[in-house]
Design a protein around this ligand. Sequence first.
Ligand SMILES: [Zn+2]
Length: 65
Amino acid sequence: MEQINCYVCEKEALSKNEIGLTKKLIDKNSKRFYCLDCLAEDLEVDTEFLLAKVEEFKEQGCTLF
Ligand SMILES: [Zn+2]
């Protein structure tokens, strides 16, 4: 799979969770992906909230995670 870097801080090789969160919370068709820290900053939430969201989406059976 192609390596994706954070659009903001250029952190390399984003995890599946980070990519999934960008798709879920920003734009399903987004071409720009964010690492957990940058996503939290952009959405004005903390990373704990995002990690809780990942678990929530997983429980819903979301295939992005
Ligand atoms: Zn970043």
